[in-house]
Design a protein around this ligand. Structure first.
Ligand code: SAM
Length: 217
């Protein structure tokens, strides 16, 4: 096992010990797709550190603990139809497809990052993630309705189209709050009767969701 793999294994075991990775499925997905596969060469040596890291176009790949929290909240199961908004490096999408064992759609607004994520996913051997260029604050109607929508950028409020594109019983996980680096992580559950329940899962810090139903640029 190489040095990067050994460092990564320790990070994963720490997250398990801290109770942030709860399920064996998430642990196995993390071990299969180490974060160092999804960052530029110069950041690989830092990929095991539990903090966000820079990716091109001034964006970030989230800290491992944040990704673990969101994936555990999502409760992903085999066969679920999942949309990710905010592809970034492609790392989270790789973890999601490993958990649902089926195709995953992820949408990114910055063309440079669409290319970056596609390259990373190809290098990691992931063929079941489809990276789409577009404004994910509008969701992605062609593949709706979704069992889960995971948003990895902070919105001023819950985008209406994302709730509309959830199946009854489906769940949206989204940071909502300030423009930069202060939001609350919301779990938005669409009940079978179509009404919505919102649970606040605490303070988080994401880059902004920029788009028609996000922050306007
Ligand atoms: N999930 C990513 C990963 O695994 O690397 C990290 C995402 S990064 C914290 C947030 C991403 O959301 C950025 O790449 C940003 O360009 C993207 N983004 C912001 N607004 C967006 C929008 N309206 N539609 C799609 N992507 C958006």
């Amino acid at each position: 096992m190489g040095r990067l793999d050994e460092l990564w294994r320790r990070t994963v075991e720490n997250l398990v010990r801290e109770g942030l990775i709860k399920s064996d499925a998430v642990r196995r997905a993390f071990l299969k797709y180490p974060r160092y596969l999804f960052v530029e060469k110069r950041y690989r040596a830092y990929a095991h550190v539990d903090e966000p890291l820079p990716i091109p176009a001034g964006q970030t790949v989230s800290a491992p603990h944040m990704v673990a929290i969101m994936l555990e909240l999502a409760g992903l199961e085999r066969g679920m139809n999942v949309l990710e908004v905010g592809t970034g490096s492609g790392w989270n999408a790789a973890l999601v497809t490993e958990l649902v064992k089926t195709d995953v759609y992820t949408i990114e607004r910055i063309p440079e990052l669409v290319e970056f994520a596609r390259r990373n996913l190809e290098r990691a051997g992931v063929e079941s993630v489809h990276v789409i260029l577009g404004d994910g604050s509008r969701g992605f109607p062609p593949k709706a309705p979704y069992d889960r929508i995971l948003v990895t950028a902070g919105a001023p409020e819950v985008p209406r189209p994302l709730v509309e594109q959830l199946k009854p019983g489906g769940k949206l996980i989204i940071p909502v709050g300030g423009y930069h680096l202060w939001q609350e992580l919301l779990e938005v559950i669409k009940r079978p009767d179509g009404s919505v329940e919102v649970k606040n899962r605490g303070g988080v810090a994401f880059v902004p969701l920029i788009g028609e139903y996000g922050w306007r640029q």
